[in-house]
Design a protein around this ligand. Sequence first.
Ligand code: SF4
Length: 329
Amino acid sequence: MLIRKNAYFDAFRCIAGSCPDSCCQEWDVAVDEDAAAYYRSLPGELGDRLRQKLKQEDGWYLEITDRRCPMWRGDGLCQIQFELGEGALCKTCREFPRLTHDYGDFVEYGLELSCPEAARILLTAPARPAVEGEAPGGETPEYDAEIMDILLRTRRQALALLEQHPVPQALQLLLLYGYRVQDELDGGEAVAFDAEAELAFARQMAQPGTAEDLRGFYLSLELLTERWENRLRNPQPLTRWPEEIRALARYGIERYWLQAVSDFDLICRVKLILSACILIKNLGGDPVATAQLWSKEIENSAENVDTILDAAYTHPALTDVRLLGLLER
Ligand code: SF4
């Protein structure tokens, strides 16, 4: 079976006590069945605390207390890991921020942006192709092979396009190229993509505007932290498009492009990526920290991701002409 890993996957190391945020605060920790059974069977004080804090609703989870995991110690380390070792951690904590996308006959591994250290690596390190290798195992895939072929080929093309133009134009091209690919997914022929002609078209179509609607839309989503709400209400837009935004788009393409194999809908995922890029430029501050916070609020909430994917075709802030217009500025 083919495995494909983000080039920086193996370089990640948790910075624990030095972490400026933490995966142990502000969200409940989903606990897998095996770990939950083990925790509930533990003797002593740790077992008592775990039994008290483990809750069940659509699966087991550790309920946060004072906005943080009850197992999080004052020094930023985990009490479970401290007393019982890394092997005693639940699957969520063992794997975070590592992502696995298993397509049956191949698997992709990546890092998730909601971890500050992963965000630092992903958004500041130079672009590098994924590392491919072989691993035992694999299953007959359930996906549509023709659609997957299109997505794999066009993802490479999208990643190449992203590197060949200044950031805002590269993002405009990403949207327009996304429509070409969507045509193919819908049964159309593959057509050559002329970037210069497409940029001229983008300039014609772009509708001037501000990012206020986009911020309003994000404010209407489920909000996890006050920090995020404050950032959305008090933007300090950057005056230029930093390279970290290009890296954010790269991360989005690598993470979401192939997911269109599930419903053949690529455009809504391209708009998820573009809305993040535009929002983060318009919120200002350190783009790495802002992107990390975006990910924590959005990518870790299936409800928020679904709302954005659904709104891609209907919300006025996410129309093609508005997005192209915001990329002209
Ligand atoms: S968010 Fe990342 S760096 Fe911070 S504690 Fe969690 S895994 Fe470690």
